[in-house]
Design a binder for this molecule. Structure first.
Ligand SMILES: C[S@@+](CC[C@H](N)C(=O)[O-])C[C@H]1O[C@@H](n2cnc3c(N)ncnc32)[C@H](O)[C@@H]1O
Length: 207
């Protein structure tokens, strides 16, 4: 019973420390941090549910996460069955990096800029990823930069593999009027503050 109480206490402390870390990052750079509070577990699990998992090759599923922050989505990816050694976490803020490296010692935690994927991640081969998950605050970026991020990610993704983004906005965070990719979204995740939806972008064949 005591170990159960200790576990619960540890989880509460971890959540509190993550909230503090997140608030500090927000005060240092509100536009780059985007949200005022970490993504909640319902949102994180919804994002992870869109990772395509093939039972035969599950152990090889390779995922890149952009802007993992305090790591709630990373946690959900691991719970979904993605091996830490097949995860690349690209984070811009030094506030989060040290903790990500400590918490996910077998993942490849990279300090870099998600809007310059080739220079930040030279080791990732074109067409090698099963999914890119983005927690980036895209809405604070101009339209062309959002599209550029998506198309850079498409180069690293296997054909038909998804770019998964969450957003609090009413419309797609990446303009829909392109024949080059298809767009779908989840229903609203109300048990998140603020409520959010998950957007899934897939490159159209032969573009
Ligand atoms: C909305 S927060 C989400 C983080 C995470 N889901 C959480 O709850 O802790 C956005 C994250 O994207 C990171 N970020 C912003 N711009 C970035 C960039 N250009 N390259 C990499 N990471 C970036 C921020 O530092 C922050 O960790």
């Amino acid at each position: 019973m005591f170990s159960g109480v200790n576990l619960r206490t540890n989880q509460i402390i971890k959540k509190f420390v993550d909230e503090l870390r997140f608030s500090r990052a927000w005060f240092q750079n509100p536009l780059k941090t985007g949200a005022v509070t970490p993504s909640g577990p319902d949102l994180a699990h919804k994002i992870a549910s869109y990772i395509p998992i093939c039972p035969q090759t599950k152990m090889q599923t390779r995922v890149l996460e952009l802007g993992p922050g305090t790591g709630p989505v990373t946690e959900a990816l691991i719970e979904r069955g993605i091996e830490q050694q097949n995860l690349t976490l690209l984070e811009y803020s030094p506030t989060f990096l040290k903790n990500l490296r400590k918490r996910y010692p077998d993942a490849d935690v990279v300090h870099g800029d998600a809007f310059h994927l080739k220079t930040s991640l030279p080791a990732i081969k074109q067409g090698s990823l099963d999914a890119v998950v983005s927690c980036l605050p895209l809405l604070s970026q101009p339209t062309e930069r959002r599209l550029s991020c998506l198309f850079q990610a498409f180069e690293l993704l296997k054909p038909g593999a998804p770019f998964i983004q969450f957003s609090y906005s009413l419309s797609s965070p990446i303009a829909r009027n392109s024949k080059a990719f298809t767009t779908k979204h989840s229903s609203w995740i109300m048990r998140n503050f603020p409520p959010a939806r998950v957007w899934i972008y897939t490159k159209t064949e032969n573009t």
